[in-house]
Design a protein around this ligand. Structure first.
Ligand code: NAD
Ligand code: 572
Ligand code: ZN
Length: 360
């Protein structure tokens, strides 16, 4: 096995370095993974630019990256579900498995969750990384490593659509056409939504959404009032949406989501921005519009994998840029500034397609 363990370590704001780290030693329930592909998420960029998200503050250097896939290089003595050579997607958070929330099946809400690249825990943009085997998902031969990495944001979309009870004939409003809005669009389609309007402040992003199959797109002006935005949405959709999924993380979009949703409908808030926002609670209560949160995902990885493996969702079209791990700085610049229309930027720890057994 190679001795080299080149790793992308964030030392502080605007201080991302490539350095050698020891190859991890695994315990009985873990696997050692030779990493292949790692996507850049908005939260990785946020730690680079701010060193914190909310009360998750970096107090020591942190390995970045949590959207990932790799090849099993070693298995612990208790591992039964994987063997050396298996190609796996890595669900980047694992819970305590003992608390009430874990026992109730809501492990995403576990207070002791270890989550990659969320302080104080390291991520996995590195050549060798260890992870509990039961949070690794074996990829079928025809699913690429890049698709494996993309199961992470896709799982957020799956969780959001499940929280919104999207189903056959749903009329869905999605606010925000960033990577999370776009994966939510793909999942909503696959779950049977027949009308999907997606909004953004940037036309290029809406053009992508249209190509992915949004039935309507709407370019909003950030200076417009929530009431005006609601009117525009109602003018475009045949009926008020029965589901709204806010993938922005700004107060206006959540307000618009509530105002726009049909009485008795569901608003799901995925975007996380300021901790305190002003929302039209009376309007929501008096019209029985349910407001629901989304915290990552829970038992959604296998669903996301099934969507990709069965060809129900074409997730790879979200990847606009590819970089080698040695070009990590450039990859982050591209993602951060949206250079060249960047949506999802993929970092290759191994040369691209090295671990895909079939030609694609
Ligand atoms: P992003 O910044 O790339 O995308 C957000 C999009 O919303 C942008 O295209 C932006 O132009 C658009 N936008 C901003 N204000 C708008 C408005 N008023 N109306 C319409 N569009 C508007 O981010 P992303 O990676 O797509 O993630 C979206 C959000 O989801 C972020 O807040 C992120 O932190 C959050 N997130 C939450 C979870 C969770 O578990 N809840 C998981 C992943 C991401
Ligand atoms: O892919 C997981 C993920 N989660 C995000 C953002 C990006 N990617 N979330 C938004 C920030 N929160 S948090 O609670 N936190 C930093 C732990 O504010 C988690 C979910
Ligand atoms: Zn993420």
């Amino acid at each position: 096995m190679a001795k080299d363990n080149l790793t992308a370590v964030l030392h502080g704001i605007e201080d991302l370095r490539l350095e050698q780290r020891p190859i991890p030693t695994i315990s009985d329930d873990e696997v050692l993974i030779s990493m292949d592909s790692v996507g850049i998420c908005g939260s990785d960029v946020h730690y680079l630019t701010h060193g914190r998200i909310g009360h998750f503050v970096m107090t020591k250097p942190m390995i970045i990256g949590h959207e990932s896939a790799g090849v099993v290089a070693k298995v612990g003595s208790n591992v039964r579900n994987l063997v050396v050579g298996d190609r796996v997607a890595i669900e980047p958070g694992y819970p305590c498995a003992k608390c009430v929330l874990c026992k109730e099946g809501k492990y995403n809400l576990c207070a002791d969750m270890v989550f990659c690249a969320t302080p104080p825990y390291d991520g996995n943009l590195t050549r060798y990384y260890k992870h509990p085997a039961n949070f690794c998902f074996k990829l079928p031969d025809h699913v690429t490593m890049e698709e494996g990495a993309l199961l992470e944001p896709l799982s957020v979309g799956v969780h959001a659509c499940r929280r919104a009870n999207v189903g056959l004939g749903s009329k869905v409003l999605i606010l925000g056409a960033g990577p999370i809005g776009l994966v939510t669009l793909l999942v909503a389609q696959s779950m049977g939504a027949t009308e999907i309007l997606i909004t953004d402040l940037v036309q290029d992003r809406l053009d992508v959404a249209k190509k992915l199959g949004a039935t309507h797109t709407l370019l909003l002006n950030r200076n417009d009032s929530a009431e005006k935005m609601q009117q525009l949405i109602h003018d475009i959709m045949s009926e008020a949406p029965d589901r709204a999924i806010d993938c922005c993380g700004v107060e206006t979009s959540t307000r618009v989501a509530i105002f726009s949703t049909r009485s008795g409908g569901i608003v799901v808030v995925v975007g996380m921005g300021a901790p305190d926002v002003k929302l039209p609670l009376f309007d929501a209560l008096a019209r029985e519009v349910d407001i629901r949160g989304v915290f990552r995902y829970c038992n959604d990885y296998s669903r996301a994998l099934a969507l990709v493996a069965k060809g129900k969702v074409n997730i790879k079209q979200l990847v606009t840029h590819h970089f080698d791990i040695k070009e990590t700085a450039k990859a982050f610049e591209t993602s951060r500034y949206g250079l060249g229309g960047a949506i999802k930027v993929m970092i290759h720890v191994q040369p691209r397609n090295t671990n895909n057994p079939v030609k694609f």
